[in-house]
Structure formats: C-alpha cells, structure tokens
Design a protein around this ligand. Structure first.
Ligand SMILES: [Zn+2]
Length: 218
C-alpha cells in the first residue's frame, strides 16, 4: 500500500536544521504514526511522503512556509509589567494566550521594570527543516480514525499513553521542551506536525492526538 489520503503511516525519522543539528529523532520515542491527509504533520513533510511504501527511505527538505512559517515580528508584543500583577515574570517562561492568530504559546524574551517582551513565534519558525525518514508501515485508516482525524492504537483513541494535557511547547504529548518532529496535538506548536488545524505540532505519541485529540471521547 502506498502513502496516500486516508492511510495511517508509521515513520522513523531524524529532524535536522539547516546546519545539521539534530532537533528531534524517533529513536528517542519510537516510530510515529500519523493519519495522512489530515494535517497531523507539517504540509511539506506530508507531501514528501506521498506515494512511498513501507521500507522506503527519503530525505525531505521542508522550507519554513511548508513547516512552521517565517519568523514574524508581528508576533512580538510588549506588555506593561503591571499586567502580570503579582505573578512572577522571568525570561524563558512560557504560557498560552489568545492572540490575533489564535491560541499561541508565548515565550518571555525580555523583562525590565516597565515591560515584558513576549514572542509568539514557533520555536521552529523561519527554519528550513530536513527530515531523514523511513516509512515503517502503511495501512488503511479505520473509520473512527478518519472521524477523529488521527490514528488510534491499541486501546483506541489516545490509548496506550496518549497525549494528555501537558502544555508542552515541543508539542503535544511530548514532554516539556522537547521539539518533536512529526506529529501532533494540542493547539500549540511543535515541530513537524500536528493535529491542530492552525498549526502543526509534534508527536502523536501513542494513540494520537488531534483536533479532537486526546480527549475525544469515543
Ligand atoms: Zn481518536
């Protein structure tokens, strides 16, 4: 079977930036499954895998526009420090906030006595990503998987460990800070893929996540 719409594809991958630094690799968490054609992963990677079969390997280079977008100055905001009230504000802190581009993960880049500078760019925005991928499995998606928009594993939706509510910036399911590469969940960004319609995120670990993500009740 070939990778095409409505197939569930298992991949092993190594993700590198344009300097060859490894950003993520499936060796750290096992192969990733995603539902092809459902925006589980970034568009450039999905297109690159189209038509492959189990056992195939391929290097897919994805430009920012087909990955996490260009770095945008409009996602930098200056917020008066008193808006944070009694909350501690430190460089590097992350939190979710509604922006004009929807819910984003914002990182505090700078703090002084007057203001904090928040950056809503995805950590991989502006980066050209290189995926060395091996397709390990391709199968027809189940009807419930198509309905949910993500793959299921034993145990069904989110079975086996699923995603969870972790607010990780490396993407759904993944542990805090981990930039994962292929899959998805949650509304915030991650690195290669994702479940969210708006911005792909990372790793559908077991059971997948997705627009209904973990949390889908069926
Ligand atoms: Zn599901």
């Amino acid at each position: 079977m070939r990778v095409s719409k409505e197939t569930v594809v298992g991949i092993e991958y190594t993700l590198k930036d344009d300097k060859g630094n490894v950003l993520d690799a499936s060796t750290s968490h096992g192969p990733m499954e995603y539902l092809h054609g459902a925006s589980n992963i970034i568009p450039g990677l999905e297109q690159g895998l189209e038509g492959l079969t189990a056992g195939d390997t391929k290097t897919v280079v994805v430009q920012p526009v087909d990955a996490y977008g260009e770095y945008s100055d409009t996602l930098i905001q200056r917020v008066p420090i008193d808006r944070f009230g009694a909350n501690k504000v430190e460089v590097g802190m992350r939190f979710h906030a509604e922006t004009n581009l929807g819910m984003r993960v914002l990182v505090i880049r700078h703090v002084d006595e007057q203001e904090a500078v928040l950056d809503g760019n995805h950590e991989l925005a502006g980066k050209t990503l290189t995926f060395d991928v091996k397709v390990v499995s391709v199968r027809a998606a189940e009807l419930t998987e198509l309905a949910h928009g993500h793959p299921h594993q034993e145990g069904g939706c989110c079975g086996g460990g699923g995603c969870g509510s972790g607010e990780s910036e490396g993407g759904c399911c993944s542990s805090e800070g981990e930039a994962s590469a292929g899959g998805c969940c949650s509304t915030e960004g991650s690195s290669a893929g994702c479940c969210s319609a708006e911005e792909p995120a990372a790793q559908p670990k077991q059971g997948g996540c997705g627009n209904g993500g973990c949390g889908c009740s069926a």
